[in-house]
Ligand binder design. Sequence first.
Ligand code: GUN
Length: 283
Amino acid sequence: MTAKLIDGVALSKKIRAEVAQRVIALGARGIKPGLAVLLVGDSPASQVYVRNKVKACEDAGLKSVLEKYTADFSQTELLARIEALNQDPSIHGILVQLPLPAHIDANLVIEAISPLKDVDGFHVGSAGALMVGQDGFKPCTPYGCMKMLESIGVDPRGKHAVVIGRSNIVGKPMAMMLLQASATVTICHSATPDLAQFTRQADIVVAAVGKRNMLTAEMVKPGAVVIDVGMNRNDEGKLCGDVDFAGVSQVAGWITPVPGGVGPMTITMLLVNTLEAAERAAA
Ligand code: GUN
């Protein structure tokens, strides 16, 4: 292996320790940051995700409230809960775990969250703020990827960044953040012919597709930074990303592992966003 590892666990630990310090500083002013996590339905994966989010809050000294509802919880009831949390001064961040059951319009629910409490950064107001370079909450996963670049001293300015994937949660906001940081950005996706033609030119590649081994060694420029947002299972049931780690790590300059790369950073940036929401509310 020639590539250096970008250690998301170590970076998360460092950032979470800084969060805990800022939480203590707010505490001295009588304020405890509070996150409300709403889960509708009984998806096992979502249960694990929300449990990890709640635990991370507790570990960093934030308050977290988990509201679990059965799959038949109505859209009207959910909207009413969000409105109550919008008005609740002890709650600074509201997160509705996705996906929602089919009878609930996820867009309507996300738009009901106050942009001041939108710590997921999914509200159109947050997306718009990111687009025009204004302050707002940034989606946690791409925000974490930017922190990883910063941690290794890679400034995107003037670099060619290729983002593979165009989701509202990762691909699109990732491209916007890299553009804001003065990278030249190419967004590739499922309809891009000859993906390798683009990735081979990239100084920074972010893979956010959800398909294992979709980025292989011959698609990567020697020395490139490779960030793997994928979360897949291999044939043995082990967690793996979108990148063929064994091959690409022979070519890349830097690479994120899966697990232990981007994954822990997502929750870390949720803590950062919730803390910032509380700091802004207290300002
Ligand atoms: N489902 C999968 N990832 C996420 C996330 O980051 N936030 C929310 N709210 N739901 C998700």
